[in-house]
Design a protein around this ligand. Sequence first.
Ligand code: SAH
Length: 360
Amino acid sequence: MTPLERLLKRRLAAGPLTVAEYMKLVLGHPRHGYYTTRDPLGAKGDFVTAPEISQMFGELIGLWCAHVWGLIGAPKRVLLIELGPGRGTLMADAMRACRKVASGFAAAAEIHFVETSPALRDMQARALYGTQVSWHAKLSAAPREPALIIANEFLDALPIHQLVHTENGWCERLVELKRDGRLGFTVATTPSPLAAALDPQVAQAPIGSIAELSPKVRAMARAMAKRIAHFGGAALLIDYGHAVAGAGDTLQALRSHRRQEVLGDPGSADVTAHVDFSTLTAEAASVGIRSFGPIEQGVFLRRLGIIERATMLKRDADKAVAREIDAGLKRLIDTDEMGTLFKVAAFGPRSLDHLPGFVR
Ligand code: SAH
């Protein structure tokens, strides 16, 4: 038994956990959590993210930031904050591209990473070797100044609650220890106070339905929106998820690129859920800033010029590398790959009526 399993079983012996408590413990436990202890990314890891697929992803996002920096008046100093930067690949590609074609922005940008995993902080330091970087455990610890905030596949790792529609109302789905010593799901017998926050449409889903809520994702979106409202800047949020709230169980566990049982081998697989983008845009509206999108990742990257960038890269490439560039392009933008499932939304101040990649 791993130390995390031992810890989890001790906690569960005292009573069931909500799905959110389970995710928080399994992913983020300060000593034994999934992210805390390893680099989960890449071919040898459990999942591959867009920046790991192709350098074009980070490059285009870097240039998006440079463009937005121009739109907000090109301040002499701007924070470039990335939430959950993984291996640091996106930022390394972004800064390389900006130094070449947007040197004013590259000189103004001060990089801040919000990262809880010591293992990944080390990798990020290596990826950004030679560039000044500050690390924070929380967004609230970053300086209170104009900032461009990027989050790719970060929000999907934040804990979600699942509620089950029962005859008694919407009750919390719980993780418990079964008689045979294995983990299993059960449902609370009394309705959850969280049910009040369900989208009215979702609340009418048939008995037996599962609905998901993430106060953590909401709080994160609100914190970003408030920063933009008070200090200026913008945010770019990319994740897999849906544009409109709906009922359904989207919790999934990935290990070695394969789906596995969510509660099987806790701590050895990445556990994530779809991001409900409607909650992000609602938080922006409640703070009085603008939100853009969500739009599909494929559409967004095409508008930023990914096809042209691929053509340019292929000009100097041999056949094998050209094939790799095409394969990366396809994975990022094709509808049956990441092009449709992944969505992009942005936050901006009221003074901006458009942002690159989003139609007015
Ligand atoms: N953005 C990267 C990595 C995505 S994996 C990429 O696209 O490749 C999720 C990242 O979020 C990891 O770096 C993980 O350690 C970090 N993370 C997860 N929960 C976090 C939290 N609560 N606070 C800060 N970072 C977190």
